[in-house]
Design a protein around this ligand. Structure first.
Ligand SMILES: NC(=O)C1=CN([C@@H]2O[C@H](COP(=O)(O)OP(=O)(O)OC[C@H]3O[C@@H](n4cnc5c(N)ncnc54)[C@H](OP(=O)(O)O)[C@@H]3O)[C@@H](O)[C@H]2O)[C@H](O)CC1
Ligand SMILES: [K+]
Length: 504
């Protein structure tokens, strides 16, 4: 599903209104009906409802929904904030309708001073103050109201997006004036902010309500942001030739491990073997040779004479190289890495210490050959960026620019891992869970993507499929062992089932 910006959503609204065609007020009626139904599914008529409506169409949605809830027998108190004596056309129409019907218990239009109502544990607050039309952080009276709502013991449902949260960029504020919702009922399309870790505290459970906005517009309108679709990933699956042999299924090399970090090399190599590569070779320090051979007997081992990776090797016989898990940060390792990158012609995945070493030698980042795949977690990325990152949006924007400038594929790992592409596009992954926040999980991803590259997937497809499979295997593992106990090996053990799901 594409993710549209606030400005694009306004165009989508306009397009739907013109081409369905549907009157703007009726589209609001449709949105309000969807919101009303969602609330009725979760809360009964015995729940007293307090609605805070703003002056724009978010407020209009809230007013129309209040009328519908009252028609269904809910006890609803409505507060409409019209401080500047200006309401959007649809908001004003819905104010007149609500007054005309007279079904809500209390309707108050606030033009100056506001005496807040009592909000108890039983109350359900519906937040329809501001939606996608918010222009800047809330201040003054609205900030105080948000604080009042957040300090109350009431459950809160936000319409479209919690009031105070911008649809895209949210800079950190000392005292953020953003509603903390228990449930966010977002209209038709998730907003970009909903994919960021630093916005999750405001969103609660996010439910997307279908309000039948133009499918044609969404399908044809170019968007920078997208999410992975299962059907698309399934369509990418390469078929295994019946006459395949290990030499035709991809020869992958992993440069991983150092003294005390054999585990990273083992996890990456096992994941690589489990992801379809015909042959996996691990280049690892001599001190790790025995443990490697015992733990991953399927892999071939090449050894470095030092206790760390110290020398670049010839990679002409490999179809993909993954570098970084557990590599350490010796200066000679960093030099070997740069020399390896210059002399390797096949696709390369850079992870963990490979990224940390690039971050430590700031100017090296700009010297990277084109088409690198990088899989940083937030801290690794911030080191690579070499400047202070202020928010998840800031990080994503910087990663997008970097992917374009370096012609690279950057996977920003997180709950919704984001693949930033050389053409400026971003694709969010939708599989995975918090149990995967565990040591070695990233090494597994490196192994998977390296295998997929060796198998013959393009860089973009290997990244998409790798993120998706990694998350799906994590989800399968979480079902089996639970999120608390999940370890990286469980993700590898679940890869066969994840692959089988894609073949269905
Ligand atoms: N396609 C859809 O998803 C549909 C969405 N709908 C709903 O409409 C809102 C968006 O409505 P819009 O009127 O564009 O915007 P808002 O209601 O969010 O807010 C606009 C008003 O807020 C004022 N404003 C903006 N920033 C601030 C601020 N920092 N402090 C105070 N006031 C602010 C703004 O005032 P201006 O003077 O700047 O104009 C407006 O008065 C969307 O979220 C959905 O809920 C439709 O119902 C149907 C389809
Ligand atoms: K809202």
């Amino acid at each position: 599903m594409k993710i549209l910006t606030g400005a694009q959503i306004r165009e989508l609204d306009k397009y739907t209104i013109e081409h369905e065609p549907i009157a703007s007020i009726d589209l609001m009626e449709r949105s309000a009906r969807a919101i009303c139904n969602a609330i009725c599914e979760q809360w009964t008529q015995s729940t007293p409802i307090v609605v805070f409506a703003g002056p724009g169409n978010n407020g209009g949605d809230a007013l129309a929904m209040s009328r519908m809830l009252a028609e269904k027998g809910y006890v609803v108190d409505v507060f409409l904030f019209n401080i500047h004596n200006h309401l959007s056309e649809e908001c004003a129409k819905n104010r007149d309708r609500i007054i005309g019907e007279g079904l809500v218990r209390k309707f108050t239009e606030i033009t100056a001073n506001f005496e807040p109502p009592q909000l108890t544990e039983k109350t359900l607050v519906v937040d329809g103050l501001f939606g996608s039309g918010l222009k800047e952080p809330l201040t003054g009276g609205f900030a105080s109201l948000v604080k009042y709502i957040n300090q109350s013991p009431s459950q809160v449902v936000s319409i479209d997006i919690p009031s105070g949260l911008m649809t895209e960029s949210n800079r950190p504020q000392e005292e953020p004036a953003v509603v903390k919702a228990n449930v966010t009922l977002t209209l038709h399309i998730k907003k970009l902010a909903m994919f960021f870790a630093d916005c999750q505290q405001y969103l609660g459970e996010v439910r997307t309500l279908d309000i039948r906005l133009s499918k044609y517009f969404i399908d044809t309108f170019p968007s920078l942001y997208d999410t992975i679709e299962t059907s698309y990933i399934k369509s990418l699956m390469l078929k295994r030739d019946d006459f395949a042999h290990k030499g035709s299924m991809g020869n992958a090399l992993l440069i991983a491990g150092s003294r005390g970090m054999a585990g990273a090399a083992i996890l990456a190599s096992k994941a690589c073997m489990r992801s379809g590569a015909g042959k996996v070779t691990a280049l690892t320090p001599h001190c790790n040779l025995n443990i490697m051979q015992m733990a991953v007997p399927e892999a071939i081992c090449l050894v470095d004479r030092e206790n760390y990776y110290s020398e670049a090797i010839d990679t002409d016989c490999y179809q993909a190289v993954g570098i970084g898990p557990g590599l350490g940060k010796e200066e000679s390792t960093a030099l070997a890495l740069m020399s390896q990158l210059q002399q390797t012609n096949c696709p390369i995945v850079l992870d963990a210490d490979a990224l940390n070493m690039l971050g430590a030698h700031g100017s090296w980042v700009q010297q990277l050959p084109n088409n690198m795949i990088m899989t940083p977690h937030p801290r690794e990325f911030d080191r690579l960026a070499g400047r202070r990152i202020t928010s998840d949006y800031d990080r994503l924007t910087f990663a997008r620019d970097m992917a374009r400038d370096l012609c690279a594929y950057i996977i920003l790992k997180g709950h919704y891992s984001a693949l930033c592409l050389p053409d400026g596009g971003v694709v969010f992954n939708t599989t995975g869970n918090s149990g995967m926040a565990t040591a070695g999980s990233g090494d597994v991803l490196t192994g998977i993507i390296t295998a997929l590259l060796a198998r013959g997937y393009s860089r973009k497809n290997a990244c998409l499929m790798g993120m998706y499979l990694h998350g799906m295997a994590g989800d399968i593992a979480a079902k089996r062992v639970g999120k608390e106990s999940l370890i990286a090996s469980d993700i590898i053990d679940s890869l066969p089932e994840a692959f089988k799901n894609l073949e269905k």
